[in-house]
Structure formats: C-alpha cells, structure tokens
Design a protein around this ligand. Sequence first.
Ligand code: URA
Length: 187
Amino acid sequence: MTDNLEEVKKKALNCTKCALAETRKNVVFGEGSLDARLMLIGEGPGATEDETGRPFVGPAGQLLDKMLKAIGLARNEVYIANIVKCRPPGNADPKPEYAAQCIGYLREQVRFVHPKIIVLLGRIAVQNLLKEQSGIGRIHGKVYERKGFIFIPTYHPSALLRNPELKRAAWEDFKIIRRLLEEFYAE
Ligand code: URA
C-alpha cells in the first residue's frame, strides 16, 4: 500500500505485469475527482482511450457523459476507471489473469477516492467486483452493499450504443443512482 494515488499511478504507467503491456499505446489509469461521491468502473480501454490515455473518451464515453449530465453530474465531479488499464487488442474481453494482475490498482483507486456509490458498467466489472455470475439483464439497477460501499450494476454504454432499446432500462438505473445520491447527501 502506498500513501498517495500519484505513486500508484506512476507504478501503473510503468506496469509490465501482463501481456497487454506489449501492445498498449498508453496506460489508461483513470481520472476524476478524488472527492467523488460516485465512481464508475468499466472493463478496459478501447481504441480512443488507448490513443489518448484517458478513460471513456470514445463514443461510449460520450454517451456516458450525457447520462451523467442527465442526473446533474459533470464528468469532473465523478471518478472513472476500468478493471484493466491497458487495451485488450481487438477489444476482446480482458482475460481473467490480466484482470487479476491489474485489480490492485483499482483497489487503491477505490481506497483513495472512497466514493459512496460505485457504478459497475457491464458484465466484466460485475464479475470482477461482485463475484456475481448473473447476467447484467437480471441484476442491473439492483443495489448491493459490500464492504461499506454501494455497488449498482448497469449496462455498459457500448451495449447501449449497440442496442438502443436498452437505453430506457439504463435510464431507470441512473434515476436510482440520482435518488440514492440525493438521499445520502440531503442537507
Ligand atoms: N469501454 C470501457 O470499458 N472503458 C473505457 O475506458 C472505454 C470503453
């Protein structure tokens, strides 16, 4: 354990613990407010993220920004990270052994930011953080309390781009997130 997140980031930027280090252009550590009440966790960088070194800046990220805005949140008020910090070639699912090597960085991010609510974007985030095997179609919008955090699974924004008919259900999930934030932080 380190006592500041910049140290963790430095280690991640030089990481060669798995084979993704050989093909990545940039490590996508994650970014956002260190005081964020809400953290969002995706699966791993896509092509635009690999090019820029920033999470959720491609088409899925633009949709995510819109959904956040719809519940009154700017991107710089939340913290955004991924299960793996380097792009799996061809946007394949990150192999479990890559996730296992990488998850320590995410644990440190959660420890430093200490959000109240963690939104899990899609199946890979759910499998790695909740150890829940049910499909996202069954568990989206459910509230899980684990280790003092609230976890809420929802659809990955890429899934919403592929299947726009899921957007209505995702919007219901985001309304739950907004309501919980309002309840926790009511004056
Ligand atoms: N998809 C993800 O899961 N994460 C990103 O950062 C971008 C796309």
